[in-house]
Design a protein around this ligand. Structure first.
Ligand SMILES: NC(=O)c1ccc[n+]([C@@H]2O[C@H](COP(=O)([O-])OP(=O)(O)OC[C@H]3O[C@@H](n4cnc5c(N)ncnc54)[C@H](OP(=O)(O)O)[C@@H]3O)[C@@H](O)[C@H]2O)c1
Length: 333
């Protein structure tokens, strides 16, 4: 019997937290690529916090997934059949093919990967969208200077771990905020942070103040809510705040109400939201920088892997509860 495709569709929009019944798994024929198209067998699927936003129909920076459509996501896979001169069977590619085992993509939407030096999955993490986000967020908005204090929230995660290590390379005092002792120990002992505050241990405000005796010059914000609000009280004069993500707010019934915004005013802090696509034309620059530091052994990287397409919903649900430890991936093959 010919192989079949297996897809995870959006079955319904979540109200608050994502649940398994928001998804439906189906089997469909694989199909054949037309002219200028390529059939890819997906090997790795990236799970990312932005997917919660795509499941909702609220207006955002990118369109929602339609009910009944394949869930969006980046994949790394192998070319099976190509109707484009630029690709041949066996090529490893980065693709926007979503939650499915096979997919047909326009050749122009694929990136051929050089997988000789690093595992292919790295192109979804440290050498992919999260790494690029950390790079441009830190350098273009944070502009860290030697000796400054940089705070990174979700410090052990895909974006945070790269941002923190880059800030360390720049000679900054780097303070992480993470959930639990294991993540904090990893941030300090493996990633080289100077300190890491476990926000689940209580005493967040006092612990953060103690870890930042000279205040905060750069806040790399991945979480939002109370953690961000607390960090705002420590901002220094002319500090920079990168609003990269607000994962703690994505499933709140109503927006978090900030109490400490006054600190931005009195300290003349510069606060800027970012979406990584804004630097689309400069991805190669970030990737070259990240690959160089990885090759030099200056960037450590960790993955959190669930096995099989059927477990992708559980993987996303866990990620949105902070249960991942490192870049969350689904191994498909
Ligand atoms: N602006 C952009 O272009 C862009 C691009 C990529 C990602 N992002 C954002 O960057 C942030 C990090 O993304 P990532 O891919 O690197 O994910 P990640 O850090 O690998 O995983 C998410 C982490 O968020 C933390 N978290 C804190 N409070 C949470 C809460 N209430 N609920 C769930 N998780 C909580 C958890 O770590 P702890 O256990 O340590 O709390 C969790 O492990 C997200 O907010 C994401 O939306 C933005």
């Amino acid at each position: 019997m010919a192989a079949m495709n297996r897809q995870v569709l959006l079955a319904g929009r979540p109200q608050g937290a994502v649940t398994p019944d928001n998804f439906r798994i189906v089997e469909t024929p694989i199909g054949a690529p037309g002219r200028g198209e390529v059939l890819v067998k997906n090997e790795w699927l990236s799970l990312d916090p932005y997917m919660r936003g795509r499941m909702s129909d609220a207006k955002s920076y990118a369109p929602s997934v339609q009910i009944g459509a394949v869930m969006v996501g980046q994949t790394v896979g192998e070319v099976i059949e190509s109707q484009d001169a630029g690709f041949k069977p066996g090529d490893k590619v980065l693709a926007p093919l979503g939650w499915q085992l096979y997919g047909i993509a326009k050749a122009r939407d694929l990136t051929k990967l050089n997988v000789g030096r690093v595992p292919p999955s790295y192109f979804l993490g440290v050498l992919g969208m999260p790494g690029i986000t950390a790079w441009f967020g830190l350098y273009e908005i944070g502009k860290p200077k030697m000796g400054e204090t940089v705070v990174v929230t979700a410090a052990s995660g895909a974006v945070g771990s790269v941002a923190g290590q880059l800030a360390k390379i720049e000679g900054c005092r780097v303070v992480g905020v993470a959930g639990g002792k294991a993540k904090c120990d990893y941030a300090v002992q493996e990633l080289g942070y100077d300190a890491c505050v476990d926000y689940k241990a209580g005493n967040l405000a006092a612990a953060l103040r103690e870890a930042c005796p000279r205040g905060v010059d750069v806040q790399f914000e991945n979480v939002g809510g109370e953690i961000f609000d607390t960090a705002l009280t420590l901002m220094n004069l002319h500090s920079r705040i990168i609003v990269c993500g607000l994962i703690a707010e994505y499933t709140l019934p109503e927006p978090y109400r900030y109490r400490n915004l006054r600190s931005v005013l009195v300290n003349r802090s510069k606060m800027q939201g970012m979406i990584v696509f804004d630097w689309k034309d400069r991805y190669a620059e970030a990737l070259a920088g990240l690959a160089g530091r990885l090759a030099e052994g200056k960037l450590k990287y960790r993955e959190s892997i669930v096995e099989g397409i059927d477990n992708a919903p559980a993987g996303l649900i866990a990620l949105l509860k902070g249960e991942n430890f490192g870049k969350q991936l689904v191994k498909l093959a």
